[in-house]
Design a binder for this molecule. Structure first.
Ligand code: UDP
Length: 326
């Protein structure tokens, strides 16, 4: 374990950022959230310092890095809608790539050289094999996935050129909520499966559409690897510890290595909530691979990371607690 660290959490008011801030405080660290509130929620930030602003603001970044010693930066401030990235790619390249370059530039200028980056399984595109390990070819099928690939390339070049040490975490499907029920997933508009299904359970939507029932999977629906948000967060804490102890850069998949179909998610949510969840079978959503499951041996071995939430049922139960109270 490392002592009290000053961690700049970019995007700390978002779904994963708020859980990260809570865990950093619980671990005795000092989180400083920088968030432009374009999609984040100030009211959900569990504590620490808050700075309203954008990573495109060079003067603000200089100010932050001059006024306090930052031990490491965690970056959660990306746009994440695959469909929107197709219809408005410059929004994605501008924020996810160009402004991230601006952030990295400021870090290098101020000699801050530890970085944890939220990458995505979207970087792999349509998988050649499953489970997907980190050596799988990178063929993103959307501008969103491309932006993650560009940043990963930038980070490798920055390590080579400036000695920036970056841990890249390729998230599979983040899900669930803190067990306290005080923070959770709140996207506007919502597009992710579990929150949508729970909105149906609450009667806020009439039905859930299943995007494709003719996939080459046992029940015909897509299979994904759902990982609890607090398990994602604990991987970041392990990454920080490793960087503080002098570890080099690394790239890791972050999933449970357990595939679950869309129908299984819906059945689980019906069981957990005790409510009916009407289903409408719809066409496939463009760009959805049939199966995305993480091989996560590398992070288990290198960072000694273990997920606490093994079953989908537990994950959905925490999400339901949040949804039922929010
Ligand atoms: N999905 C669905 N209906 C919805 C939303 C999602 O059938 O209303 C499916 C989607 O096609 C995918 C899975 O649920 O197979 C997970 O989708 P989500 O958008 O939550 O995450 P993604 O895998 O795209 O990151």
């Amino acid at each position: 374990m490392t002592g009290r660290l000053n961690i700049l959490v970019v995007g700390g008011c978002g779904y994963i950022g708020t859980h990260m801030v809570k865990a950093l405080m619980a671990a005795g660290h000092h989180p400083i959230t920088l968030d432009n509130l374009s999609t984040g929620h100030r009211d959900l930030l569990p504590g620490g310092e808050f700075i309203a602003g954008d990573i495109g603001d060079t003067a603000l970044l200089d100010d932050i890095f001059v006024s306090q010693r930052i031990d490491a930066v965690m970056h959660f401030a990306a746009f994440i809608e695959v469909g929107e990235s197709v219809s408005d790619p410059l929004k994605y390249y501008g924020n996810n790539v160009a402004r991230t370059a601006n952030l990295l530039n400021a870090m290098i200028r101020h000699d801050v050289k530890r970085f944890i980056f939220s990458s995505s399984a979207a970087i792999y595109g349509e998988p050649d094999y499953t489970p997907i390990d980190e050596d799988h070819p990178l063929n993103p099928t959307s501008p969103y996935g491309e932006t993650k690939l560009w940043v990963e390339k930038m980070l490798a070049a920055c390590d080579n050129a400036y000695g920036l040490r970056a841990v890249v975490l390729r998230y599979f499907n983040a899900a669930g909520a803190d067990e306290s029920g005080t923070i959770g997933e709140r996207h506007e508009p919502e597009s992710h499966l579990i929150p949508l299904v729970l909105e149906v359970a609450r009667g806020k939507r009439e039905h859930i559409k299943i995007f494709g029932v003719d996939y080459p999977t046992p029940d015909g629906t897509c299979i994904r690897d759902y990982i609890h948000v607090n398990d994602l967060v604990s991987a970041h804490l392990a990454a920080i510890d490793a960087l503080m102890e002098g570890a080099g850069s690394g790239v890791y998949n972050l999933g449970n290595s357990r595939g679950v179909s869309v129908r299984e998610v819906i059945d689980t949510a019906a069981r957990v909530s005790g409510r009916p969840i009407p289903v409408v079978e719809d066409r496939r959503r463009p760009g959805d691979p049939a199966i995305l499951v993480a091989g996560s041996t590398k992070i288990r071995n290198d960072l000694n990371w273990q997920p606490r939430f093994e079953s989908l049922e537990e994950i959905v139960r925490t999400a339901w607690k949040w949804h039922a109270s929010s």
